[in-house]
Design a protein around this ligand. Sequence first.
Ligand code: ARG
Ligand code: ZN
Length: 887
Amino acid sequence: MNAAQTIYLKDYTVPAYLVDQLALDIAIHTGFARVTARLSMRRNPAATASALWLDGEDLQLEALSIDGRALSPADYVLSDAGLSITTLPEAFVLESVVRIEPDKNTQLSGLYRSKDGYFTQCEAQGFRRITFYPDRPDVMAKFSCTLHADKAAFPVLLANGNPVAQGDEANGFHWAKWEDPFAKPAYLFACVAAKLDVVEDYYTTTSGRRVRCAVYVEPGKLDQCDHALAALKKSMKWDEDVFGLEMDLEHYMIVAVGDFNMGAMENKGLNIFNTKYVLARPDTATDTDYQNIDRVVAHEYFHNWTGNRVTCRDWFQLSLKEGLTVFRDQNFGMDVHSAGVTRIQEVRTLRAAQFPEDAGPMAHPIRPASYAEINNFYTATVYEKGAEVIRMIHTLIGKAAFRQGMDLYFARHDGQAVTCEDFVAAMQDASGLDLTQFQRWYNQAGTPRLVVKSAFDAAAKRYTLTVTQHYPATPYEERMAADGLPQARGPYHLPLVIGLLDAAGKELPLRLSGETSAAGTQRVLTLREDTQTFVFEDIASEPVPSLLRGFSAPVVLDYDYSDAALTHLMAHDSDAVNRWEAGQRLATGILLKGVEHKAQGEWIPAPYVDAIRALLASAFAPAGDPALVAEALLLPSETYLAEQMAVVDPDAIHAARLALRQHLARALRSEFESAYAQLAIDAPYSPDGAQSGKRALRNACLGYLAELGDEAANALVLSHYEQAANMTDTMAALSAIANLDIPARHTVLDSFYSKWKHEALVVDKWLQVQSTSRLATTTADVRALMAHEAFDIRNPNKVYALVRAFCAANPKHFHAADGSGYKLAADVIVELDAMNPQVASRIARTFDRWKKFDAARQALARVQLERIRAHVGLSSDVSEVVSKALD
Ligand code: ARG
Ligand code: ZN
């Protein structure tokens, strides 16, 4: 761990040496592992530098040789970060032997121990913790890997590619050798030595390749693998159908591990997954868990082409593979689940996580030009905004040209490590659309604001929309300028998808000035300038504009809608996202008024209640969609509301939101009760869209009824809990109960724990309902739970469920006026930093928006941030986050 040092994109140079082949040999002994690496190397003809640099971290060097000749310490320079050698032939074989201690690797980067054996995580820079190597994505080599381990303790030995040989050894050891036929960067290496169960299936590709699909899990969990395995086969089919991309290996393995920093990892042919995105059984996993498994399995599978076959030149290009792959898994989700619901959930996530990031101290473009710690850049911006940027290209050039652009991208770059410009160039060349200006999306930070004004000329039957872009500089641009790297800024090139509705809710035919006839009822308006005007002809009466349909660009849309116009859109817009959005805007307006007046008096307008009544009824109409109605019933989150305020008042936001929920519950009690009764499901559990949609709406109704707090309501919640036949229903009741100050709360939480204490992922849910409770005792409860046997600070899932959820999803308590929430977070960050800086840094990010709060809270947060920053030996991960926050 070293102090934060800034790395710049402008400093990129090609590697001095290339690796053609790497033969790895990893022997796992008690307490240590010995790694022998043979690198077949040659000078890079494109390089000017001549010294060889090999990254290496926490490695004990035992031997080093070139072409079989042992090197002495005088022949190289060894530091904490790696090793350099200056005098070398044009081509040579370098062999090193190192000793590592995977049992002590609490960072979970490199080779580490988890309950059932040994696992790896090499992205971004974990491979250097296994052996000396040019650990950068533009060095691609063919790998072979031989593993040795105790056969009884670790019967399963896996690595990338194909198994080529195996056998037994002395002392009860066994070995297995794997070979990966594809050249790859080191971050895609993986190996596993563990005791695991496996479930297998086969998939035959269009061109006839038979692929063995295997899911490996801890012993006893085979009954929780079916969904992930099915998702894998669905993904393989989808990528063939939609992009013509086939699986290229005979073995595709997914290994689930309980200790994992992130969601999952796309290592070639050997994905390693957090158990959270593999294991599911109706009684242990919720509908959302099932959907997340679909998406993460698809995401990692899609990386095989967008990430592995074509990879990143350097880590600044991370969004090249992540933005594109998220875009692909989003479209998969829209196809296999529900297009509207999926898109709405993405918009909600983007606004909840990415917009605040873009408005805070860590703001960065999807392709940042500098970073201190790359692990800090696996962000909502690189992933989710990155996907929005790809989606905008798709919208601007259309589906067919986008597919041609993808084909061209693979034709040009298969087997290469490339840049975001290479991707955009393929899209530009395939479509003929000039995307030069579009590239600003890769270089400018911050969320643009579109201010739209409308004017109606009844005499001329003309409707005019004027759109102005605002894109003020962020702390990112300020930092770059201070570093002498000022970033040019200008308006964005983006698609604004719109429609116009008449007073009856009908979509109007759209003819722009200068066009001879109307073309459809929805148009993609192209924005490129600071201000643009669009004139629509033949408009008989003033329409209601439906703007930014499908959330066609990652922007804040500023248009002065009346409540009546929003109610109209909510009821009639053909665009699901905008129907939902209209409801969110209405609710936001009401809630912000409630915040301002501290939620006193009857401030909730009756027409809003009527609109919600109509919304609920629409779920039962012939073409009704319960899943969409469930989304629309969910009020804007406290975090979203906070972003809309100049100075955040977390208590007033919480009070107003709760008051609105209670008001709706009282006003619509009988409607909620009858919907709840009608939506009961008799059929056996299935996570499919239709059934999960009904459940989502039924549980949304239950959630409102639970706000009533009277005896009948509490009894309903408790009986829902008792009768629940799946984890979705159980959790709907449990999260309501966790907010109720009733004696049954303890009984229920205790019995839930005793029933599930051996199911780690269910215990995470138990921790999270408590850490996100609104009850006054929550902060103390979280402290107490940190000492509970169920908690383990070394397990990322436990920390995310108990601590991160508290900080990120419980603003009322995290931002408590006495500073107790900030203190709790800082205590954990400091303790965790020494063990797992990546996870500590993720918790530290929850301080991002501290400057949006009042002076008293800012003072309390500052004390904690400064205490963290002053901590001796602080990691570069946390140091970067905290220093930028304090700047
Ligand atoms: N490439 C992985 C994925 O998105 C994520 C790996 C993140 N690793 C990290 N150390 N931040 O599928
Ligand atoms: Zn990814």
